[in-house]
Design a protein around this ligand. Structure first.
Ligand SMILES: [Zn+2]
Length: 83
């Protein structure tokens, strides 16, 4: 019984770490870059919830473009910080 509780705690701990790291990566992506539409090359900055719900492969996300209203794979580009 004690072992079972311990196992659940470990799984939950891993899940929490996984979600925190995912959220941190997402926050970094949204704050430090833009997503470029494949269709019209328009650069979109999605909201956290949009980015979180969107399917993704690496840093490429399936988002709805706010300019052409088409759902395409948006490639993430790092924002060039002008100083
Ligand atoms: Zn577009």
């Amino acid at each position: 019984m004690k072992e079972k509780v311990w196992r659940i705690a470990v799984v939950l701990g891993i899940c929490v770490i996984f979600f925190i790291s995912c959220f941190c990566a997402l926050k970094f992506e949204v704050n430090n870059g833009t997503y470029k539409c494949k269709n019209c090359s328009y650069e979109t900055v999605p909201t956290y919830s949009e980015a979180l719900c969107a399917m993704h492969i690496g840093s490429t996300r399936y988002l709805k473009c706010s300019k052409c209203n088409k759902r395409t794979w948006h490639k993430w580009y790092k924002k060039i910080l002008d100083k």
